[in-house]
Design a protein around this ligand. Sequence first.
Ligand code: ADP
Ligand code: TRP
Length: 334
Amino acid sequence: MSKPIILTGIKPTGSLHLGNLVGAVKPAVTLSQNRENQSFYFLADYHALITVKNGQQLNRYTMEMAASWIALGLDPEQVILYRQSDVPEIFELAWILGCFTPKGLLNRAHAYKAQRQYNERRGEKTLDAGVNVGLFTYPLLMAADILIMQTRWVPVGRDQGQHIEITRHIAQAFNHAYNDEIFVLPEALTQDNGVVIPGLDGRKMSKSYGNTIPVFATHDELRALIFRIETDSTKPGEPKNPDSSVLFQIFRAVATKEETDSFRRQFVKGIGWQDAKEQLFDLLDRYLTDPRQRYQEIIHDPRTLDRILAQGATKARDQAQMVMKVVGRLTKNQ
Ligand code: ADP
Ligand code: TRP
């Protein structure tokens, strides 16, 4: 029996930040170390094209994101790591799946709906203003990413759950049309205690808000960014609530239990904000020392990175072509 497939996509739209590290990379790397499964992790560069319209930039983000994941522990010998656009079968399948997808299903997808609601609030005459067809069909391409690899489990953030539901819906519609179980029905793997790391301004850390702390900032940049995290006006010596502190939330996501307990006690005793920032910086700086060095090695060796992605693409295409053969037989008897 072949191993159950775990697959996830990473959109290269900017630099990897601490929120991504804690919410996505750490859990996905751990999951990929379980030899009972086969993992497929890919750079969703054509999903990123919806917003990144500069070829050089898209390529740079893609390479940086691949290097970041490898530097943080993803083993390309164990995981099939590839660039979405290197597997053209995905886009072929996306078209075919579109012919089995009720338009209303995509009307309800959250990113599209959010843009329409935003337009409505701003009093735009056309509610589809700022929506390209790529954004509208985003979930369809994601369904193709997932179904073409016969994926069983999809580790994703909570916001992506709806996309997995849409994928199941489309898979069932196709299976039903041909009375065949060709597509495996995937399930989302979401962390129960999924923490949301706040950004420099206290909102969710996100590339879209420009409030991030990039994982691969240099030592000096990292220190400067940590000292920019907003704190309240409580003075050194006054007790502080760790659970409402951004500094503490970030600290806890990376530290051991003992380190976290000790940091918590210092908050209750009234640690000064400067001191707390210094400790958070020390912790992160230590945690990132090795990954930073590996990241520099990988990013300065684009040939090796290209080779890794090319190897991944070959394996991913083997799997994709196998599925497309069956799809071709069913849809056009060829
Ligand atoms: P961004 O909001 O920066 O564009 P993405 O939407 O590309 O991030 O998210 C990529 C992954 O990182 C997802 O699995 C998401 O759940 C996780 N993630 C993003 N921001 C955070 C955060 N602030 N805290 C925890 N996890 C996050
Ligand atoms: N939509 C995902 C995100 O924004 C990225 C993604 C694209 C993905 N294709 C996928 C995730 C397939 C899981 C499976 O984070």
